[in-house]
Design a protein around this ligand. Structure first.
Ligand code: ARG
Length: 481
């Protein structure tokens, strides 16, 4: 395959091989082959049905494209490196197969609308993939949280001991972050559902095409209303990159905690052997490389978002070749994000938390100081005053190297007459978490409510993705005949 470019008529001399090497996008857009073939089948059928090309020609084109599509699905379609892009490769392969009638396929369309359409279809499938992996990570976190709904650990601000929380609550915090990502990806669907095909380079076409027909056949909701906007629009690429960056930031934060928590200084968690690595020199080492790689790769996705932003900045309408540079960052980011989500889910499902250690460290560091201040408030002391009293108690504990609950009652009463014997009922850390039963709080009961909510969210997410995927598979089957 190869030969002259599709546009060679106007040129008297051929392209320098280096120019082809410099301009080709086949290295990345070969991944759009399947969607490109689907788009072409829908377009050819429409041309035939609208009487723009003879029905017999449309049939021959669709037949040839279906063979090519099957080869693409079997991994047998090899465009080679000497073509300009996947759109040319498929058109050339078609003409090689069915003869010059293959040249009728490109009536009333251009590669500008093809590339925008292919990329949107690809992005729709890829967003569904990301959503599916997100749902499974949320499910893994929720399941772990339900095993640890009542286990106490230190809650941190500034990475300093703040208040006791439940491990279930902490894990659910990650689940909620990711659920918000899931909703953000779902809300991308409207922008992915506007079909650019038939914009015909930039200005529309003189042929009586039926854009509703191609839009429906390819699973879009409607054809785009402005052909210039349609071919120049890469907002969906930026949006997908932005949303993936956000998800990767969330994964990076989760990974950072796994790295910290698996260190001997924390000793909160043991990552399973299957998701750890060793050292070539230090025989004792077990390293959290998977978590570190996820944290590291979040940088590449954020970088891709910035690179795409800079690529489209200041482009005049409509298509400019700069836009070819959209595919690498987008495709790479999808693959990195899905890979990281899958590894994070596997790591979370298989890790073991040391709940004894988590509880014992939460008994140090005065995590119950706020509870003592709240206790004083219930005895009528204004919160600001209570804060000062407890601060002084903590100072005394630091001097005496003890915990608040180790001070005898009379020592506590020297700080405030409002403190009674019942103070010892509220100081144990399990009591602190149990009593934080406000909506969204850390109590085991509240965590169970969060889990119940998230379990139904996971079910809804799975159903949404499954339905969308089967709808899309039905579309491809119809086009493949
Ligand atoms: N390879 C091109 C891209 O990815 C396809 C569109 C080419 N259009 C053009 N006018 N050169 O953007």
């Amino acid at each position: 395959m190869g030969g002259k470019p599709l546009w060679s008529g106007r040129f008297s001399e051929g392209m320098d091989p280096d120019t082809l090497g410099f301009t080709t996008s086949i290295g990345v857009d070969r991944w759009l082959a399947f969607h490109d073939a689907m788009g072409s089948i829908a377009h050819a059928k429409m041309l035939g049905e609208c009487g723009i090309i003879p029905a017999g020609d449309a049939e021959a084109i669709v037949g040839g494209l279906r063979e090519i599509a099957k080869e693409i699905m079997d991994g047998a379609f090899e465009p080679g490196d000497e073509v300009e892009d996947i759109h040319s490769a498929i058109e050339v392969a078609l003409t090689e197969r069915i003869g010059p009638v293959g040249g009728k396929l490109h009536t009333a369309r251009s590669r500008n609308d093809q590339v925008a359409t292919d990329l949107k279809m690809y992005a729709t499938d890829a967003v569904l993939d990301v959503m599916s992996s997100l749902v499974e990570l949320i499910a893994a976190l929720t399941e772990k949280a339900s095993e640890h709904a009542g286990d106490v650990m230190p809650g941190f601000t500034h990475l300093q001991h703040a208040q006791p929380v439940t491990l279930g609550h902490h894990l659910m915090a990650h689940a909620f972050r990711l659920e918000s990502d899931l909703n953000m990806f779902m809300s991308m669907m409207p922008m992915l559902s506007v079909c650019p095909l038939g914009s015909a380079a930039l200005a529309g076409t003189t042929f009586p095409i039926d854009r509703e027909m191609t839009s429906d056949a390819l699973g879009f909701v409607e054809p785009s209303q402005n052909s210039m906007h349609a071919v120049a629009d890469r907002d969906f690429v930026l949006e997908a990159l932005h949303r993936m960056s956000m998800t990767m930031l969330h994964l990076s934060s989760l990974s950072e905690e796994l790295v910290l928590w698996s260190s001997p200084e924390f000793g909160f968690v043991e990552i399973a052997d299957a998701y750890s690595t060793g050292s070539s020199i230090m025989p004792q080492k077990k390293n959290p490389d998977i978590a570190e790689l996820i944290r590291g790769r979040s940088g590449a996705v954020a970088g891709n978002m910035l690179s795409m932003t800079m690529t489209v900045k200041g482009l005049p309408l409509t298509y400019n070749r700069d836009m070819q540079e959209d595919k690498k960052p987008l495709l790479e980011s999808f693959s990195v994000t899905v890979g990281c989500l899958e590894m994070a889910a596997a790591m979370i499902s298989t890790c073991e938390f040391d709940v004894e250690r988590m509880k014992s460290v939460s008994e140090d560091g005065f995590l119950n100081a706020t509870d003592l201040a709240d206790y004083l408030v219930t005895k009528g002391v204004p919160f600001r005053e209570a804060h000062g009293i407890v601060g002084a108690i903590v100072r005394e504990c630091i001097e005496r190297k003890c915990r608040i609950e180790d001070l005898p009652l009379d020592a506590l009463r020297k700080h405030s007459e409002s403190i009674g014997k019942d103070v010892f009922d509220i100081l144990p850390v399990e009591k602190c978490v149990e009593r934080r039963n406000s909506f969204g709080g850390t109590s085991p009961e509240s965590v169970r409510a969060q889990i119940e909510y998230m379990e139904s969210s996971v079910e809804l997410g799975r159903a949404y993705v499954d339905d969308a995927v089967s709808e899309r598979e039905a579309l491809w089957e119809a086009l493949l005949g």
